[in-house]
Write a protein that binds this ligand. Sequence first.
Ligand code: ADP
Length: 176
Amino acid sequence: MERAISGVKIECLKGDIAAQNDILAVVNAANALLKTGGGVAGAIHRAAGPGLYDECRSLAPINPGEAVITGAYRLPNEYVIHCLGPVYGRDQPEDELLADCYRNALKISEEKGIKSIAFPALSTGAFGYPSKDAAKVAFKTISELLSELKAVNKIRFVLYDEKDLEIHEDILSKLY
Ligand code: ADP
């Protein structure tokens, strides 16, 4: 699914965040130490190779809601933006911390002049945030920023399974 709102293309598709060839910056659902792991962080580090690991070491640790940018190494992108989402039920207020991830990732993208960015569903895997609630926060946060974006003109959500895709498409279709 694809929509254009305030001149920004917003897409949802099913796929692997580590295989987005036509996107400048991909977002990592990072852990505090910016290390590899399961889920998104594992896929990104495996695909990017050891250069990413080394650069990440100098930037860790990060706090919930924070975002930092690195190169993308062997990934087919220019940059990786690492966001630490909140652990559901632990890091509070979780909705604001999750919103901060999206805000900070877009802020960094604007500062770097990045035109296209792809997000996974931050916090909805190991960190336990219910997918629908997280998707509402993500789209609400992004929609509030759309009119301010000058560089970013494409925002893609890459969902790993059909159910998450449906949830995101449903919320995106009702945006505005
Ligand atoms: P977090 O620790 O922030 O919860 P996870 O990586 O555990 O992050 O999961 C975040 C979401 O990303 C989950 O919905 C998970 O199913 C999904 N996911 C896992 N691997 C990938 C991948 N390679 N590409 C895109 N999404 C993925």
